[in-house]
Design a protein around this ligand. Structure first.
Ligand code: CS2
Length: 487
């Protein structure tokens, strides 16, 4: 029996489900990138707002690149199951805040119409780091990226997030409708500012005067989002559906912890998310940097090391002394140069991360986190590294983290048919297989300016530290690096 509106009555007694009249919910938010993370996070907070009786804030979710989610959720009337798993047990609930789902590019016209409609007050985004199409090193829009180039040619029928946002804003301006707020919920520092930069750069190519209008009139609040949400597996589906007795094609499995800090800058109002645990703050940059560096920086590090030591999940990786021996000093290095939000104790924050990473109920794959390294390393690890360099401090643990990413790349480069799940895979692998002496490999990879800039390869002290750690890992029998490396 499928999970849907009519079958909600068959859920086990006491299981949380929408008690509000979903037919009365107005669609006011369009969310681009309706994956597991959005459904574990923003859609859950919005569900709580609806359940409190404020029915003004339904979500229309859209896939950006595929219609997989539409196929899964439409037969379920947008309903889905959220399982919060901790070492002490699990809490399963059905969420009802997604009131309609649109597919990928084939629904782009409907999506544009929805975004142009006066009822839409917020357009939120979880499109991942690479979705912004910004050059990581320079912050410039990648005009040659296929989705951007195509939309610049036919801007009235856009498919990219940039094209859709700009054309919808244009339609609204022409119709005298105020602009929506663009709410980035991606793991990037100053995510709102980056979203704004990406949208403005695209708009400038088409109509500089309209770009100026966007700059003056549209708000792009920054946010810090946090909830560890692994990709759903078949085992998760079987487990969750066994508990509810209803078939959900795409349930979400997540942790108990959740955090959302938002800058309070909205053009057409916003839900009272703060009544349900979110925090409005004007210190977003500090919150975001703390989370990106302490959580995501160590997450990436343990994932590359986990991949090199045969540890499939984060919890498994946390069980390996070799890995925690890198993470502990890494957190010290990161915290030493961190600007901390008021009232936060970073030692306690790091302790809570250790508990979260050890959560045995989550099977979070190191391979998933190890993806898109070119897009993740700069803000997670290279930003604190640069702060340390500026203060004249050495960074052996960060160097080990970068060396682990390099080994991961080199090993993939020497695996027949190997490819990285990374938009820069070809460039990275070409550099990684050029030469075989450790110092040469490090230099070749450091020369990837989009990732490391011009400053890091030119920094002799860091380069020496990095080569040292690269060799150390290559010589460690517990670390499975490419046989071709001459350490
Ligand atoms: C992870 C994040 O996949 C990754 O790169 O580090 O998705 C992480 O789980 C979330 O940011 C936690 O909030």
């Amino acid at each position: 029996m499928r999970l849907n509106e009519a079958n909600l009555k068959n859920l086990p007694t006491g299981m949380q489900q929408p008690t509000y009249d979903r037919k009365k919910v107005a669609s006011a938010i369009v969310h681009l990138g309706i994956g597991a993370f959005h459904r574990a996070h923003q859609a859950m907070f919005t569900d709580a707002v609806l359940a409190s009786g404020d029915l003004a804030w339904g979500i229309v979710g859209a896939g950006v690149i595929s219609d997989d989610m539409k196929k899964a959720l439409l037969p379920q009337d947008g309903l889905y199951t959220l399982a919060e798993m901790s070492a002490d047990g699990e809490k399963i609930k059905v969420i009802g805040s997604i009131v309609d789902v649109l597919g990928g590019p084939e629904d782009a016209d409907k999506l544009l119409a929805r975004m142009s409609d006066a009822g839409t007050r917020i357009v939120s985004l979880t499109v991942t780091e690479k979705g912004y199409c910004l050059d990581v090193a320079t912050g410039k829009l990648l005009l040659q990226a296929p989705a951007i180039a195509a939309d610049l040619k036919s801007p009235a029928t856009p498919k990219s997030i940039h094209g859709l946002i700009v054309q919808a804003l244009k339609n609204r301006q022409a119709a005298g409708i105020p602009p929506f707020t663009v709410l980035s919920c991606d793991n990037l520092p100053n995510n709102g500012k980056l979203a704004k930069a990406a949208v403005l750069a695209y708009a400038r190519e088409l109509d500089p005067a309209f770009a100026q209008w966007i700059e003056a009139n549209v708000r792009f609040p920054c946010t810090m989002v946090d909830r560890i949400t692994p990709a759903t597996t078949d085992a998760d589906r079987a487990h969750v559906n066994g508990k509810t007795g209803l078939e959900d094609a795409w349930p979400v499995v997540t942790e108990e912890f959740v955090q959302w800090v938002i800058e309070d800058e909205f053009t057409m109002g916003r839900p009272d998310w703060d009544k349900f645990g979110t925090v409005f703050s004007d210190e977003i940059e500090r919150w975001e940097n703390m989370k990106l560096r302490c959580l995501n920086g160590s997450h990436s590090t343990l994932s590359y090391l986990g991949q090199l030591t045969g540890r499939e999940t984060v919890a498994d990786a946390m069980g390996l002394k070799l890995i925690t021996d890198v993470l502990d000093p890494l957190w010290v290095e990161i915290r030493e140069v961190l600007q901390v939000p008021k009232g936060v104790d970073t030692a306690a924050y790091v302790d809570s991360l250790k508990r979260r990473f050890r959560n045995p109920a989550l099977k979070h794959k190191t391979a998933q986190i190890a993806s898109d390294g070119s897009q993740k390393l700069p803000q997670r690890l290279l930003a604190p590294l640069r702060d340390r360099i500026a203060k004249g401090l050495p960074s052996p643990a960060i160097a080990t983290a970068v060396a682990a990413w390099m080994h991961f790349a080199v090993k993939t480069a020497h695996t027949p048919g190997g490819a990285l799940n990374d938009p820069m895979s070809d460039e990275i692998l070409a550099q990684a297989r050029k030469r075989t002496a450790a110092a040469d490999i490090v230099d070749d990879l450091l020369a990837l300016e989009k990732i490391f800039g011009a400053d890091l390869p030119a920094n002799a002290a860091f380069r020496t530290e990095l080569i040292g750690k690269f060799v150390e890992l290559a010589r460690n029998p517990a670390v499975d690096t490419a046989a071709q490396i001459q350490a």
